[in-house]
Design a protein around this ligand. Structure first.
Ligand code: ADP
Length: 499
């Protein structure tokens, strides 16, 4: 029941796995077919627990419960302030279990335990409270008319929502989707990623304790091709909100189109540029750049994986970056001194290593890393390639691992053009002290978020989402609430009505 790293003894309770079944209509139930799958600990590759494997028939039952809760239940009908009270209670319960929840994400996804406890679980709580605050402020507009009409809009919850969640942020992604949908008065069927189902089931239990009515929040664990596809193909789901790969995003949109034309929101892949100008403090910029790509082991859709450095500081930057990458500490994610834990699973681990291989074959030069770290689990050294060309696959493809492609640029026009050359458009970073340069670049770059002299600054009030193949629709912020609302226009005559 503890993890130790030789130097400092660490005593973290590995939590008992309490919830392994599907959560439908307020109850934990076996899947109809009775099948289960293993969820693995990426620190060792060993099984943690067997989880119920949902399928199309389980999704059908969950959707029925969500539909009933939407059509006849109290959730969409109660005042927003009452939903807010329940959401705050849900948030309180999460706060009380922060350590256990951080430990679940740590063993399931290889995420840093202390960061989870101090930052990620509190951010999820913050998101619930942010949207609880919005729940009683949802209203439409009074409209102008050229004729004698009184017209206004009503904002109504969109209905039953299918929420398909990725494995890199099992907690934050869950609440980025669930919290606004709850505030809007929707009911939902959530499918966590098969790699990381543990915390989602725990949240389902807390939602029940908080008083969220049965059928409002259902969690069906299972695989993408079966359980996930059953959501996107379903005839009685009104909207599907997805975060994951561009490839799967296309399948979801196709399924929505050929089933019931459900509304689709897609937050997909990225290959985000970070542009560092020659007035930057080189040491700080190298630190920022390293962090932008190895943070959360590079398993983050907004990772700054293409780094463009001005030729005037390039050589010094490379030297500083190499020093910082060497000092970056891999290890057990329960260890407070660890900067980077293991990749989520064997498939991702092998995918990242194969891209490192591709980079070498394409002729890029390895500056640091390039190998597995240790002999157990799915750890990969922070890897930096220099002499990267724009058309190399390591510069065009989303690797989703701690792999940086470093490139040199000369002019601002060139930096803009190369930053925009990607098929993706999720995020970008700029490092410069020159406001005019920053303004010019930020307005020219086609991406959903731009960080200037920082990276990965998140907040509940900030909308996230993509341009181009990074998808459409926004999560988080008030934009993230609007997508769970329908607009109904109401028109009545102002004068001389015969009725
Ligand atoms: P990755 O390729 O990085 O594992 P995915 O996009 O495959 O990411 O997975 C993100 C989420 O999408 C997971 O919950 C996964 O189960 C789900 N998923 C995968 N394939 C499909 C599919 N064909 N239809 C619906 N959901 C899917």
């Amino acid at each position: 029941h503890q993890s130790s790293n030789g130097s400092a003894e660490i005593h973290i309770e590995i939590p008992e796995i309490k919830f392994t079944k599907l959560f439908i209509n307020g109850e934990f139930v076996h899947s109809i077919k009775g099948r289960t799958f293993e969820t693995l600990d990426p620190r060792t590759g060993e099984a943690i627990a067997r989880i119920a494997e949902g399928d199309k028939d389980d999704i059908d039952v969950a959707v029925k419960a969500a539909r009933e809760a939407f059509d006849h239940g109290p959730w969409p009908r109660m005042p927003g302030s009452q939903r807010a009270r329940i959401m705050h209670k849900f948030a309180d319960l999460i706060e009380q279990h922060a350590e256990e929840l951080a430990a679940l994400d740590c063993i399931d996804a290889g995420k840093l335990f202390f960061r989870g406890k101090a930052v990620e679980i509190p951010s999820a709580v913050g998101m619930l409270r942010y949207y609880a605050g919005a729940a009683d402020k949802i209203h439409g507009d009074v409209l102008k008319s050229t004729r004698s009409l009184h017209a206004y809009t009503l904002k109504e919850p969109i209905g039953v929502v299918g929420q398909i969640i990725p494995w890199n942020y099992p907690t934050i992604m869950f609440f980025m989707k669930v919290a606004p949908a709850l505030a809007a008065g929707c009911t939902m069927v959530v499918k966590p990623a098969e790699q990381t189902p543990l915390s989602a089931l725990f949240y389902a239990n807390l939602a029940k304790q908080a008083g969220i009515p049965n059928g409002v929040l259902n969690v069906v664990t299972g695989f993408g091709r079966t359980t996930g596809a059953a959501i996107s193909n379903h005839m009685d789901i009104d909207m599907v909100s997805f975060t994951g790969s561009t490839e799967v995003g296309r399948l979801i949109m196709q399924a929505a189109a050929t089933s019931n034309l459900k509304t689709v929101s897609l937050e997909l892949g990225g290959k985000s540029p970070l542009i560092i100008f020659d007035d930057a403090d080189v040491g700080n910029a190298a630190e920022l750049a390293l962090n932008a790509v190895v943070f959360n082991k590079g398993e983050i859709c907004v990772a700054g994986s293409r780094v463009y450095v001005h030729e005037g500081i390039y050589d010094e930057f490379v030297k500083k970056l190499a020093e910082k990458a060497e000092a970056w500490k891999l290890g057990d994610p329960f260890d407070p001194s660890t900067c980077q834990g293991p990749q989520v699973d064997k498939r991702q681990f092998e995918k990242v290593l194969s891209y490192i291989d591709i980079g070498m074959k394409e002729g890029a030069t390895l500056l640091t890393g390039g190998k597995r770290w240790g002999s157990k689990g799915y750890y990969i050294e922070p890897t930096v390639f220099v002499d990267v060309k724009e058309d190399m696959r390591i510069a065009t493809d989303e690797i989703f691992g701690p792999v940086m492609s470093l490139m040199k640029f000369r002019t601002i026009e060139e930096a803009i053009e190369r930053a925009n050359s990607s098929k993706y458009g999720l995020a970008a970073g700029i490092v410069t002290k020159d406001l005019n340069v920053a303004n010019r670049v930020l307005r020219s770059i086609r991406s959903g978020i731009i960080w200037i002299n920082c990276y990965f600054e998140f907040d509940s009030d900030f909308p996230y989402g993509g341009y181009k193949l990074s998808g459409f629709g926004r999560d988080s912020g008030l934009e993230g609430l609007q997508k769970y609302l329908q607009v109904k226009t109401v028109v009545t005559p102002l004068h001389d009505s015969p009725w």
